[in-house]
Ligand binder design. Structure first.
Ligand SMILES: [Zn+2]
Length: 262
């Protein structure tokens, strides 16, 4: 059984009580995989009892601050665990990082490790995602597919915003990241998916529900909440519950610090 922790469920808004920007974790057989690293993600995970020193890989959808604002402190936190408690990461003390813009990652490293001459106690194996399978181990296979969230992207054939398919224990989990159109994840969903984690920062709740129902999604999870949810949560929850019940699937507007077992 995979466990999914929703660390941050807000879109890129001003600070909101009880919410942080986008980040979630997949835990399989004790191994930890991060998807986006919005503000406070390390703090929420660590204080929530997640063993961050089981981290194997981090997958970033795109280099906007609401998806990477917590990354310096995520790296700093792992480094601190090594320095203070002599712990190491499970895969040769190396963190695999999939990050679509190396120059931005360089800046993050400067912020995180400037004092240590740019070096941390663990190694980082940095890759720029491209369409196709980008990561595979005994627990998960991760496939990337670019999307059109970033308007300036694509002219030169280089993409900086991705959606991810995670194949795990025979199931398909899809994380849209931010997308211009929900249909951009059609190819990752294929004939259906056990789980779709998606956003309402750029889409209406009703449209997301209809899309999930039309694509054979068994569990729909909302994160990266837009104003429709932030300013009218009760109404949105009523709509989502009634819609999902009528169509026979599960749908939840997630809160920070909650989790699923799927
Ligand atoms: Zn965003």
């Amino acid at each position: 059984m995979a466990k999914i922790y929703y660390l941050g469920t807000c879109s890129g808004t001003e600070p909101m009580v009880g919410m942080h920007h986008c980040s979630w974790i997949l835990e399989v057989n004790g191994a930890i995989y991060w998807f986006d690293a919005g503000e406070g993600c390390m703090h929420t995970a660590y204080t929530g009892g997640i063993d961050i020193m089981q981290t194997r890989a981090l997958f970033v959808t795109h280099p906007h601050i609401d998806h990477i604002g917590g990354l310096p402190l995520l790296l700093f936190g792992i480094n601190k665990m090594e320095a203070r408690y002599s712990k190491v990461l499970p895969c040769d003390n190396t963190l695999r990082v999939f990050f679509p813009e190396p120059r931005v990652f360089d800046a993050i490293m400067t912020v995180t490790a400037g004092k240590q001459g740019g070096k941390l106690k663990f190694d980082i194996d940095l890759s720029v995602p491209e369409d196709g399978v980008i990561f595979s181990d005994e627990n998960v296979t991760v496939t990337a597919l670019h999307n059109r969230h970033l308007k300036e992207d694509g002219a030169d054939g280089v993409w900086h915003s991705f959606s991810y398919l995670i194949q795990c224990e025979g199931k398909r989990f899809v994380f849209s990241g931010d997308v211009a159109s929900l249909t951009e994840v059609d190819d990752l969903i294929g004939d259906g998916a056990e789980l779709l984690i998606t956003e309402t920062g750029h889409h209406r709740v009703a449209d997301v529900c209809s899309y999930a129902a039309s694509r054979n999604i068994k569990n729909l999870r909302f994160i990266h909440h837009g104003r429709e949810i932030l300013e009218g949560r009760e109404q949105a929850e009523r709509y989502v519950s009634a819609f999902a019940a009528a169509k026979g699937f599960s749908a939840v507007i997630c809160r920070d610090g909650t989790w699923d077992e799927i």
